[in-house]
Ligand binder design. Structure first.
Ligand code: ADP
Ligand code: MG
Length: 771
């Protein structure tokens, strides 16, 4: 039995006795038995081990309360043993090294290896130790052939019975027969003669590889291995590689330089390490590469995950703090324009809308810069909120920019906002990449000299040559479609700009912390009265004809129909042809008596707009579309949405799509045409209408990347952390970062931490300083 296994088992038994699950005598006999079975431990551990066992000698002859005290002390001893005997510090270095010196100054590295290491992102000695293994093989336990399963990986230590070398034609086959004491298995290599020399005469081998069963014999081909004596078995790291470097080489590079870990200084304040029970950096880095035990590895990972989260959250909170402490210009307005505007609305604002408007107006009036996320489900009425804030800004004498991610959406906003606001004398213009050159020039001219109050457009707005007279407020719609970079570029167009980013993506708490950790958040958590959830059905493809019937019937009631065909980035062309094919089929087949339209991302902007116009006027009755309509578009009479291949979408995305129908207050329908895959997910979607619930569900199921449904999601890359599994640590890290910045906003007393922040996020933090 391994010492670590013994400690884990002892802990469990002690708890069982304390909870009266087992008798004290069971625990005693366990200790007696184990003391003979412990294997492969060093002298210092042996001492601890004996002391531990002795402490429980004749336990049952003690009065029960004394025995209980001993058991409880036993748990404390276990903690101590874990920290002192099951973890380790790296061996001391002979001489100090600068971690920021180029990797070529490390041992075992020539020019060719230097080049290969660069491909892995390793430039400085420091980077070498942050190149963590992808996984680990635990070679510490003896082979048990009875437990082997063909097709699974085995990691174990075994006795070598025999090694033989055979030559067949041009092949050299080396076979090692190994045993667990009861039966044998075979390890085979081809054409690697040196392995014969390595193994010949050796007594034990530690190895990891895939188990195959050939005619009842277990075999492993070309495993990762090492010749070992009983004392040396270990947990072996497996790294991500580039083509030029083998597992053995990278392992030996790290092994030969491991003492340089001593040069690291822990950036995380000691008080935090203590509070959160985190391992110090040296011990943790050592444990990431050469863990002494599973406990060592577990604690090392925990520490590195925390570190990643803590640094990230700290940077976000520093940015937020910097922004908030920056003197902006307070906008003074009485709200005359916005009051007039509200009177013209055909509806009453919801309480939630009123609440977020007052939050935003407070920010506008304040001299601090606003950096706010406006979060509300599809159809919750974010645009009106933005319009009111825009009017306030214009009343106070500043310009407004409104950016949307697609041409269609931007132009729809332009039309709607022009209709809503131009009656108050507001001058509004539109700018997109496809705007004719001469028009662009004129518009830019008017932006510079202030003849335009509000400019609406696509990312054309962030071009360098768009210069404002006095930009005061930016609205960014459907923020998740933009990268963080683009938001920052727009913000850099003025010194004191208030920013409002709007999103309907129901973002789970963990994700919003990482993506928007630097923003204040306003939430519209109430839908306008009279909205009904679209009735959602999961329908098998075999019933398409019935769906066609239903759609024809709805169209006859003047209901608009969306027919969605998914588009995935990788195969845009194929999917495009799928949309075109369905469109052609519909026109001549099931919908030859209806008017069918086609919309996809590759159409020229004017054409897209034209199609949308026609759909809006009900001249097109059924619109076959890729997901260009996903965001924001408002077609009040649309009442049916059919989605092909719904399994390809994230639930948050499906939710956005579904939000396009049912805006009239009449019954509306969402039909998922499925081939049966991922049916549970789709059924969950069919009866869930809360965006947050849907997104949590999908995040757990599919992970963050998939969830956002786009590569440009702006999520930071983590080395060890996992947003879903490590959520609890993220929340702790954020709390600690907030506390620390409250205590010391510039981190004056935490130089090591500040250095590390600069190393990781230098440019981003600087950006805000330039602001
Ligand atoms: P989203 O938040 O998805 O961007 P919009 O701003 O496009 O939603 O609003 C969706 C629809 O709801 C629009 O037609 C809008 O005029 C309408 N709307 C907004 N607020 C209200 C309200 N308080 N009551 C009724 N309808 C509203
Ligand atoms: Mg919108």
């Amino acid at each position: 039995m391994l010492f670590e296994d013994f400690i884990n088992a002892s802990e469990k038994k002690i708890n069982d006795v304390l909870n009266s699950q087992i008798d004290l005598s069971d625990f005693e006999s366990f200790i007696r038995k184990s003391s003979k079975e412990i294997e492969g431990i060093t002298e210092d551990v042996r001492e601890r081990f004996s002391a531990f066992c002795d402490y429980f000698f004749a336990l049952s002859s003690l009065p029960p309360d004394r025995a209980n005290v001993r058991l409880k002390n036993g748990l404390l001893m276990i903690d101590k043993i874990r920290n002192e005997n099951l973890t380790a510090l790296p061996p001391l270095a002979e001489k100090e090294i600068d971690l920021d010196s180029p990797i070529k100054y490390a041992k075992k590295i020539g020019p060719r290896r230097e080049e290969e290491l660069r491909k892995l992102g390793i430039y400085m000695i420091r980077d070498l130790f942050y190149h963590f293994p992808r996984m680990y093989d635990d070679w510490r336990r003896p082979l048990k052939i009875l437990d082997l399963i063909a097709g699974e990986r085995v990691s174990a230590t075994a006795k070598i019975v025999n090694v033989e070398k055979k030559r067949i034609k041009n092949f050299i086959i080396i076979t090692a027969v190994v045993t667990d004491g009861f039966s044998n298995m075979y390890i085979v290599w081809f054409n690697q003669e040196y392995i014969y020399d390595t193994l010949n005469g050796a007594k034990q081998i530690a190895f990891s590889g895939l188990v195959k069963n050939e005619n009842g014999k277990f075999k492993v081909y070309s495993p990762d291995f090492e010749v070992v004596d009983a004392e040396a078995s270990k947990i072996s790291p497996i790294y991500d590689l580039t083509s030029g470097i083998s597992q053995g080489v990278i392992r030996s590079i790290i092994e030969n330089n491991i003492q340089h870990i001593n040069a690291f200084e822990d950036p995380i304040p000691e008080s935090i390490l203590k509070k959160r029970n985190l391992m110090d950096l040296k011990r943790a880095l050592y444990g990431m590469h050469f863990p002494k035990s599973e406990y060592h590895l577990k604690m090392a990972k925990k520490r590195m995950v925390y570190e990643e989260f803590f640094m990230l959250e700290l940077s976000k909170i520093m940015i937020k703090h910097n922004v908030q402490s920056k003197e902006g210009i307070s906008k003074s307005f009485k709200g005359l324009l916005s009051k007039q505007f509200m009177k013209t609305l055909p509806f009453k604002l919801t309480n939630a809308q009123k609440k977020v408007i007052s939050e935003i107006e407070k920010d506008l009036k304040d001299s601090k810069m606003m950096n706010r996320l406006l979060h509300g489900d599809v159809g919750s009425g974010k645009t009106v909120v933005a319009e009111i804030a825009a009017l306030d800004t214009i009343e106070s004498g500043f310009q407004v920019a409104f950016m949307a991610p697609t041409y269609v959406l931007a132009s729809q906003h332009f039309e709607r906002i022009t209709k809503d606001l131009s009656k108050f004398g507001i001058k509004i213009a539109f700018l997109a990449g496809s705007t004719p050159y001469s028009d662009k020039l004129k518009i830019k001219e008017k932006i510079i000299n202030g003849e335009i109050d509000m400019i609406i457009g696509t990312h054309a707005l962030i071009q360098k040559d768009v210069v404002f007279k006095n930009l005061g407020f930016i609205v960014i719609d459907e923020q998740h479609k933009f990268g963080v970079k683009q938001r920052e570029m727009l913000m850099s167009k003025g010194k004191t700009i208030d920013t409002l980013v709007m999103t309907a993506t129901p973002i789970p708490r963990t994700l919003s912390m990482t993506l928007y950790g630097d923003l204040d958040v306003s939430i519209i958590d109430e839908m306008p009265k009279g909205r009904k959830n679209p009735k959602t059905f999961v329908v098998n493809n075999s019933k398409r004809e019935e769906v066609y019937d239903f759609v024809r019937q709805e169209i006859s009631q003047n209901v608009g129909v969306f027919w969605i065909v998914p588009l995935i980035e990788e195969s845009e062309k194929i999917d495009l042809s799928a949309a075109t094919r369905i469109y052609d089929e519909f026109k001549s087949g099931p919908f030859s008596n209806q008017s069918v339209g086609l919309l996809h991302g590759r159409m020229p902007s004017e054409e897209k707009n034209d199609v949308m116009e026609k759909f809006l006027r009900n001249e097109i009755q059924i619109l076959v579309s890729t997901t260009v309509i996903e965001v924001g578009i408002d077609i009040p009479h649309a009442g049916v949405m059919v989605i092909e291949h719904p399994e390809r979408f994230g639930l948050a995305q499906l939710h956005q799509l579904r939000g396009r129908v049912g805006r009239s207050g009449n019954d509306s329908y969402c039909i998922l045409l499925t081939n049966g895959s991922e049916i549970d997910r789709l059924r969950y979607f069919a009866h869930t209408f809360n965006g947050f619930d849907l997104s949590e569900y999908d995040l757990k199921l599919r992970g963050p990347g998939e969830f956002m449904g786009t590569r440009q999601h702006g999520l930071p890359e983590f080395k060890v952390a996992n947003l879903v599994e490590d959520e609890a640590l993220l929340i702790e890290a954020r709390e600690d970062a907030i506390d620390l910045i409250k205590e010391d906003p510039d981190l004056n007393a935490y130089h090591k931490l500040l250095d590390e922040m600069n190393r990781r996020y230098g440019e981003k933090i600087k950006f805000v300083e330039v602001g």
